[in-house]
Design a protein around this ligand. Structure first.
Ligand code: ACO
Length: 428
């Protein structure tokens, strides 16, 4: 017999179904609540609200568990490649060797971007933030590939749009970087794997053959895998809600990129390095900055700390911290902010304020230190997050379409004036 929850409103009781997921998470299904009772639920920030049923990513914030399609993140980060994880997220299963080869080959056919898009790159001021450019450029793909506008595409057309977006994103990201330097752009090289090609377009030069250190390529695979999906976070919910109006994939992802930009979300990776630099320039006194983070009259927060869902270690942060040590050692880099980061983490984990609130380092606390070691400037960090998150956003958009989810349209509790009569201007 299925379980029920009961709720009593103004003395009248209503029974509501309980939904149980495959990992035994439970939800009260309130989809009929307003019809039967007239009441809605109020949950600012959706702290207790499930917006969808999803078969893509499972995370248990209390236990610090993260699975993509059932596979633990630790195994994927160690053994898989970014493109394989992209396939897994979007199509539901690990590909066979032939399927992966075919997927890679199809993507490599779409890595060029329309030559007219170059004019966009020329139009941006050289110092404009890469996230603003990325959101604009991804949205603009819809103008170049109008077949994506069909709200009910065939499976073949939907897949084509997905392939194009996956293929063109690394080209767009690397060209944003090249333009910021005033360097000529590098064209994609289809014989290289997805991540290697991206690194080559970013750090290669047209004047000579560039060798990208395999350790750097491997570290980048790992970082992108760790960022590839994270269920219904701010940017993913944005992608799903924009897509629920039948907006095309490019427009939906462009909106997700904007949502990711904020420093409370993906923009935290840039904010962390800026914070660590500030602490270093200020003499490296971590106790002073921890005190600021605890002071409710001070807007400062310890960036890269805390998470809406993880109330235990973010499993991605553990992997990244280790990768950070490995990459810096391999590249022979001694970054003083790494010591400050470790000192801050150690102090925070012992501090009652952080212990009581279950605040731990999140995925972004150490990622910026690796990005920097790999040669990326600070304002590119969030763009790299977007590159990693792309398959997750696509998978979530595709699932939302396949589930035929209704348009996302929350309700509200109105707190403004009650009805009043218009007063002509000369009477006010
Ligand atoms: N530094 C200091 N105090 C913090 C921090 C922090 N980084 N994070 C949370 N707190 C405190 C809050 O002030 C609050 O304290 P209170 O209960 O005394 O009022 C308590 O911890 C709970 O925090 P909320 O903001 O209510 O938690 P919420 O789930 O809404 O926010 C968030 C989560 C936005 C991630 C928050 O922890 C934060 O701002 N962290 C810093 C930014 C950051 O690193 N963002 C990246 C997150 S990962 C990602 O999106 C990819």
């Amino acid at each position: 017999m299925s379980e029920k929850a009961s709720i009593s409103i103004n003395g009248k009781s209503h029974e509501l179904p309980i939904i149980t997921g495959t990992e035994n998470e439970q939800a009260i299904d309130i989809s009929k609540l307003r019809d039967v009772s007239g009441a809605i639920t109020l949950d600012p920030g959706f702290k207790n609200t499930g917006a969808t049923k999803s078969a893509i990513t499972f995370l248990d914030g209390e236990q610090g568990i993260l699975h993509y399609r059932g596979y633990p993140i630790e195994q994927l980060a160690e053994q898989s490649t970014f493109l394989e994880v992209a396939y897994l997220l979007i199509y539901g299963d690990l590909p066979s060797a032939d399927t992966l080869k075919d997927f890679r080959s199809k993507i490599s056919r779409h890595t060029l971007i329309h030559e007219d898009m170059k004019k966009f790159f020329d139009g941006f001021p050289s110092k404009s933030h890469p996230m603003g450019q990325l959101s604009c450029l991804v949205g603009a793909l819809s103008a170049f590939y109008p077949e994506s506008l069909d709200p009910n595409p065939s499976e073949e057309d939907e897949n084509l749009t997905i392939m194009k977006l996956l293929a063109k994103m690394p080209t767009i990201v690397s060209w944003i970087y090249k333009k910021s330097l005033g360097h000529p752009v590098m064209y994609p090289r289809n014989e290289l794997n997805y991540v290697h090609n991206f690194m080559n377009m970013t750090f290669g030069q047209i004047t000579e053959e560039t060798t990208i250190d395999p350790a750097v390529v491997r570290a980048m695979h790992k970082l992108l895998i760790l960022h590839a999906d994270h269920e219904q976070n701010c940017s993913t919910s944005t992608v799903r809600i924009v897509g629920s109006s039948n907006a095309n994939l490019y427009a939906s992802i462009s909106a997700g990129i904007s949502a990711l930009w904020g420093p409370l979300h993906g923009g935290a990776n840039q904010a962390v390095i800026e914070m660590l630099e500030n602490i270093r320039n200020d003499g490296g006194n971590s106790a002073k900055w921890l005190a600021k983070a605890k002071d409710k009259n001070d807007p400062f927060r310890l960036m890269g700390f805390g998470h809406r869902v993880y109330k235990n270690f973010d499993p991605r942060a553990k992997i990244i911290k280790k990768a950070c040590d490995d990459v810096l050692e391999k590249l022979g880099i001694d970054d003083p902010v790494l010591d400050i980061a470790k000192e801050l983490e150690e102090a925070a984990l012992k501090d009652q304020y952080f212990v009581d609130r279950k605040l731990y380092p999140n995925v972004d606390f150490y990622s910026g230190i690796i990005y920097r070691a790999l040669g990326f400037p600070t304002d590119m960090f969030t763009v790299l997050f977007a590159l990693g998150r792309l398959p997750g956003w696509i998978a979530q958009w595709k699932e939302m379409k396949a589930n035929k989810e209704p348009i996302g349209r929350p309700r509200q509790i109105y707190t403004g004036s009650t009805k009043r009569d218009y007063v002509p201007l000369d009477k006010r």
